[in-house]
Design a protein around this ligand. Structure first.
Ligand code: CMP
Length: 140
């Protein structure tokens, strides 16, 4: 089991409902450490840059507009197998398919407003972390 870092975003549907603390407690209860965190308002250009991998998808326009509809909390989570652990704690992308007790099952409003984002692999985690944070902002 390797110590990894993964990029997490608490999305506008969750910050709007003041769920940041409850979601962070889920991460910490699962053994993930929040080693960097900031609350920000993304611009459309920043949201499009982050989700560029999806720019051919039908949901891209709506997704980017949703991500700028309110503030987000970007964070770096660190721990054993952090990428897989975070995905387990988040639950399936579509809350209709998410397991009981996961963040998306308990908090998500829809597949788009699904409360959290998490990196899906080591290489994407490294890129996504560097999109939001410089090395000096990450403690751990
Ligand atoms: P996220 O993990 O942030 O990565 C891309 C996001 O696109 C995803 O979560 C969903 O919120 C959003 N999305 C909207 N529609 C779809 C869809 N049909 N399939 C996958 N992701 C979707």
């Amino acid at each position: 089991m390797a110590i990894e870092r993964t990029l997490s975003i608490i999305k506008p549907d969750a910050t709007r409902r003041n769920l940041t603390g409850q979601i962070n407690a889920r991460f910490e209860d699962a053994g993930l450490r929040i080693v960097a965190q900031k609350r920000i308002q993304l611009t459309l250009e920043q949201a499009q840059g982050f989700y560029a991998v999806h720019n051919e998808r039908a949901f891209f326009y709506d997704l980017c507009n949703f991500m700028i509809s309110g503030q987000v909390v970007a964070q770096v989570l660190e721990g054993k197998d952090a990428i897989a652990k975070n995905r387990e704690v988040m639950g399936a992308t579509n809350p209709a398919n998410a397991d009981e007790g996961t963040i998306r099952k308990d908090f998500a409003e829809s597949i788009e407003a699904n409360s959290v984002h998490g990196s899906d692999a080591l290489d994407t985690a490294a890129w996504e972390i560097s999109y939001f944070f410089s090395q000096i902002e990450i403690v751990g």
